[in-house]
Design a protein. Sequence first.
Length: 203
Amino acid sequence: MARILSSPYIGYLIIQGQYEWALGGCIVFGLTDALDGYIARRYNMRSFVGSIIDPMADKVLMTTLTLALAYNGLLPSVLAVVIVGRDVALSLAAVVIRWATLPTPKTWRRYFDLSIPSVEVRPTLVSKCNTVLQLVLMAATLAAPVFGVPVDAVGLTALQWATGATTVASGVGYLVSKDAVHRLTKAEVAKRIPKPRILPKNK
């Protein structure tokens, strides 16, 4: 949640040209995210809600970085449109799929109840590669002005092309792949819905 709330401030720092502070904030976010993930795996604290909130926080931060860097001319506008456009398209598709796969009775209250799962998204190999490339690209682009690297450096340009290509490929992959979005069966839904705890009766 901290990443979602702090992302606009990171974008503000970038627009104001305070790249050192923005880079430092992103490093802190990365370290705390890795620590949270380790704790969740180590002590089996993973939850369905967490599996939704964490990727959402990553997307909010990634979108903020993309738009802010493009606004300052550090990232090509066309690439920014491709990255943000794919995320918007997938988000709209997720809204429709969520309603279509929501177990009956279908109500808006149940729709926004994240404890009631209906689908499982399985990232494709291309999507995983694209996520890594986007992270590397944003970090490298943000670090470039800090260390005096020109934005049209060959390495950054190649990274931009690779990121753009995998962004388009991953978006298409989610649309055509039969395994990317798995509709949960009634038995699978029943297993994932947390059961209420029954307190022992006082004798």
